[in-house]
Design a protein around this ligand. Structure first.
Ligand code: ZN
Length: 692
């Protein structure tokens, strides 16, 4: 599970690299010079459409021991090799479109000042960003602003070997096939459709073959499930389900199976990583992952996940594989993603304090006793520095990750939870001085509060969400973990967010010494309400509903507490000079309401109350106030901000002596967005254009 980017929206608190709870302070007087963000580090890289590209610094990398640097290097290579897999998972024409556009872009000889060319460049940048033709967040297809005629002309002008035609297909037929996929809003309109109809037939992702229906998918996997199995595998996680001769069959993603050329490369780099593993436990983790990639066996995947979650001592860590299921409306198939990271030791202390007190939080949470865990197990938490992003974590990346996802592994072995602090820092630094606070916050009081405590409370909220929120509570014994169906992601994210919000205002945090003052929580509360009631709407197109689970969750929470607190005027909308603002009048009461909602959301989850989940999502999470939405969009346009941000990776380079012995791994931060994307498409692109 991911905590995606809350701070990106409101990221306007200004914190120097030394702030944020003091975790960056160089506490021990070591002789190695602290490797912190240089004062002149430039975060901003590029901006286009609704996107801004940033760069992140990797503090501490230079001071890692050589073997760990090597490990980071090999894992980073493994993190890049799966990029094509994600493109193909997102839509079966994505690789064809990306390759065609890249061909045109790099071979173009015409006038670069014409609008068709410029729009092609923007479109290509968006395709790179979204790993395909659908918006990475809104899931809808975005349309190019260059003409069909220009496109056809440019394709015809390409050297024949650069047009990715299907076998036996002419260039003309290729153009005929691909044009509606790019230009027609109605063709493959949505990557993931959550809003009615046959969710599988109407989703443009490539997890299911042509003609496969939602009912067929559900019947297929229900028949496979053994409901008495207390440690079930994640059925269907790593395959495409297709119909062959009228019969459903899984095409497994593995060496020798679907996506084999890319997976072989991933395995190649993982084998290198295995050789320089820090310890035998980590070696075992990598070896199990390799064996899973080779066999596609989901039992092996679970063994790997258990080994991974139990490896808490290694400094370097990673995610690499078919992981999150947000891209499948039924939550069965996982998209490929990767991160490489290492522990931020100082900041981890803060998360560890939270973790070691997990039982206290569980005991004091406002939910019904029947839904609480008697013993909270293995809530490990750490703050990490990310060194490489890949697949579904690139270029748009979460700020926190909590894995594994299998319920029984979480129950029996706990989960590993991370906050990615260097990414949060980059958001925060880049978000300063945008005028966002002036435009949307009610007064100086809120602005000042957020400047002062915005970053630390945001980080803490993420810690609480990831370290405690997702791991808290339990299902009643007879409840099916999938009982909430298509509403489960929204409910689960709401649960974790509410847990964090509720405890952020608890004196316990002051007692534990991790929050500077008892009032600091108000900064996050204000931001959360303003975001959930209003400003997150900048991410939605006019007339559209909210679809994405994290956004639904935030509006659900904000609208619910707004409505329940209406009689006492806890939160209100105020209008000044024709502009709407969110005002919080009673922070204490707001906290109580967060607690009430947490109790209800936990009940829904614990009892598997599908109807209540459906109702609460329908009533609070989805619908958008059209008038307010328009106002927010208009006001946002006046700011120099983009609603979504993503990152380029640093570049690693092996330094070898004359005998070929590795003596260092260099890191650099100079590569641009286009440069990086073209390089990845050249060096890490092994899949055929069509993967059937
Ligand atoms: Zn989450």
């Amino acid at each position: 599970m991911k905590k995606s980017v809350l701070i990106a929206m409101t990221g306007l608190s200004i914190m120097c690299a030394g702030c944020g709870g003091g975790q960056k302070a160089n506490t021990s007087a070591k002789q190695t010079e602290a490797d912190t963000v240089p004062a002149d580090f430039k975060y901003e890289v590029d901006a286009f459409a609704d996107l801004e590209i940033l760069r992140y610094y990797v503090p501490g990398f230079k001071n890692l021991p050589l073997e760990q640097k090597e490990l980071v290097y090999y894992l980073s290579m493994a993190a890049l090799e799966g990029r094509d897999i994600l493109f193909d998972q997102n839509n079966r024409y994505n690789l064809a479109i990306r390759r065609t556009l890249e061909g045109i872009y790099t071979n173009y000889k015409g006038d670069k000042s014409i609008s068709d060319y410029k729009e092609l460049e923007v479109y290509l940048k968006r395709v790179w960003f979204s790993n395909g033709i659908h918006h990475h967040y809104g899931e809808e297809k975005f349309l190019p602003a260059f003409s069909k005629e220009f496109f056809a002309e440019q394709v015809k002008a390409l050297p024949a070997d650069l047009v990715p035609v299907k076998e036996g297909q002419s260039v003309e037929d290729f153009i005929k096939m691909i044009t509606p996929v790019i230009f027609d809003a109605k063709v493959m309109a949505k990557k993931v459709n959550q809003s009615g109809g046959d969710l599988i037939m109407t989703s443009a992702n490539n997890y299911y073959g042509e003609g496969v229906t939602q009912k067929e998918v559900q019947d297929f996997y229900n028949a496979m499930k053994d409901t008495t199995d207390l440690t079930p595998i994640s059925y269907g996680l790593n395959s495409r389900l297709v119909k062959e001769n009228g019969k459903l069959t899984e095409k497994v993603w593995k060496v020798g199976g679907l996506y084999s050329p890319a997976i072989e490369k991933i395995v190649f780099w993982l084998e290198k990583a295995e050789e320089v593993a820090e310890n035998s436990q980590q070696k075992d983790v990598i070896s199990k992952l390799i064996s899973y990639y080779k066999t596609g066996d989901l039992k092996t995947f679970d063994q790997y996940a258990v080994a991974w979650v139990e490896d808490l001592n290694s400094q370097v860590d990673f995610v690499n594989g078919f992981t999150e299921v947000y891209g499948d409306p039924l939550g069965i198939k996982a998209s490929w993603e990767a991160t490489v990271n290492f522990k931020n030791v100082e900041a981890t202390k803060r998360a560890e304090i939270i973790s070691t007190n997990a039982q206290w939080f569980e005991d004091h949470s406002p939910v019904d006793k029947r839904f609480k865990k008697e013993t909270v197990k293995g809530v490990s938490a750490k703050v990490i520095t990310v060194a490489q992003l890949g697949g579904d974590c690139y270029p748009a990346t979460p700020i926190g990750i909590n894995l594994p996802n299998a319920d029984w592994i979480r129950r029996d072995h706990g989960s590993k939870s991370v906050t990615i602090e260097n990414i949060m820092e980059a958001y925060d630094a880049a978000g300063a001085h945008t005028g966002f606070g002036k435009e949307f916050m009610w007064s100086n009081v809120e602005e000042e509060m957020i400047k002062k405590y915005g970053f630390i409370t945001d980080v803490l909220h993420t810690d609480l969400h990831e370290c405690l929120g997702h791991g808290s509570g339990k299902l009643l014994p007879e409840v099916d973990p999938n009982a909430l169906g298509e509403f489960s992601s929204t409910i689960e994210e709401a649960r974790a967010d509410l847990f964090g919000l509720y405890f952020l205002a608890d004196n316990k945090l002051v007692e534990l010494g991790i929050i500077p003052t008892a009032d600091a929580y108000k900064a996050e509360y204000y931001k959360f309400m303003m975001n959930g009631l209003m400003t997150q709407l900048v991410r939605i197109e006019p007339g559209k509903d909210i679809e994405e689970a994290h956004m639904r969750n935030r509006q659900l929470i904000a609208k619910w507490v707004y409505e329940k607190g209406k009689a006492e005027n806890v939160v209100e909308y105020k209008v000044r000079d024709g502009k709407t603002y969110v005002v919080v009048n009673d922070y204490d009461k707001l906290r109580t309401l967060f607690g009430d909602l947490l109790a209800e959301i936990q009940r829904i989850k614990s009892e598997g109350d599908f109807k209540a989940a459906k109702d609460i999502v329908a009533n609070y999470a989805v619908k958008v106030d059209q008038k307010l939405h328009k106002e927010v969009l208009d006001r946002y346009k006046t700011l120099i901000m983009k609603p979504y941000k993503g990152f380029v990776n640093p570049v690693f380079e092996l330094v070898q002596d004359n005998d070929g012995k590795i003596t260092d791994v260099k890191i650099s931060y100079t590569e641009g967005y286009t440069e990086q994307m073209l390089r990845y498409s050249k060096d890490y692109s092994t899949l055929p254009t069509y993967n059937d």
